[in-house]
Structures are given as C-alpha cells and as structure tokens.
Ligand binder design. Sequence first.
Ligand SMILES: [Zn+2]
Length: 87
Amino acid sequence: MPIYEYQAEDPAKSCPHCVGRFEYRHGMHDPPLTACPECGQPVGRVISTCRVDTRPSSKNQLSDKNLKRLGFSKLVNEGDGKFRKTV
Ligand SMILES: [Zn+2]
C-alpha cells in the first residue's frame, strides 16, 4: 500500500504527531485521511514531489548492455541454488 504524507491544516491546534509531516499508509482507492488519528484536528495531504521517471531512456536501465556498462553483473537463477552469470 502506498504511504501518504499528511500535515495539520492549523499547526496552532495540532498535536506533536501532526504538527510536522507524518506518514499514513492506506490504499490508493481509500478515502484520504481528513483528521489526525491522534488528536482529531483537520489534516491535509501533502502532495509529494517525487515522480515516476517515464522517459524512454530509463526503460533500458536494466538491459544487459547497460548493466555491463555500469559494471554490474547479472545472475540468472537456474534452480537448485545455481546461478549463471550472463553479463
Ligand atoms: Zn494531531
């Protein structure tokens, strides 16, 4: 489940739990938290600044060629605890 960040709408009335940002985990389709679980004061969701990088170049980040270029090794699990090095 994703973690969302919330913050008290009125810091003057908030409790130590919600005066700063706090994380709250709930499902993507669940209604957002509207009150602090500790003190019941109204809270608002903090829109996270992180984003998913969907540029085409990131698609090939785990390609064999790119792994080799970056100095990583790729091991393929062949079963029975055996791994074969492919890069
Ligand atoms: Zn609170």
